[in-house]
Design a protein around this ligand. Structure first.
Ligand SMILES: [Zn+2]
Length: 76
């Protein structure tokens, strides 16, 4: 048994940070689930187990560089 399930629209999930695809859920032979990019297995995928969209979201967050610390690094 091996197939992809799409994630219901009602579930909030981030897009793949590499290609921007909405992730899919794939069930492997052992019945474990992986949340992964539909385009490339090399893009982030969660570890097999329970469906872990939170983990996907955490790992596909684009980290913005926080606004500079105004006080610590001021010029001469
Ligand atoms: Zn991707």
């Amino acid at each position: 048994m091996n197939g992809c399930l799409s994630i219901p629209k009602s579930v909030y999930c981030r897009y793949c940070k590499i290609c921007g695809a909405r992730p899919v859920i794939e069930a492997d032979m052992a019945g474990l689930y992986v949340v992964k990019c539909p385009n490339d297995d090399g893009h982030y995928q969660t570890r097999a187990g329970l469906i872990d969209i939170e983990d996907w979201n955490r790992n596909n967050t684009v980290h913005f560089v926080p606004t500079r610390d105004i006080n610590s690094q001021i010029s001469y």
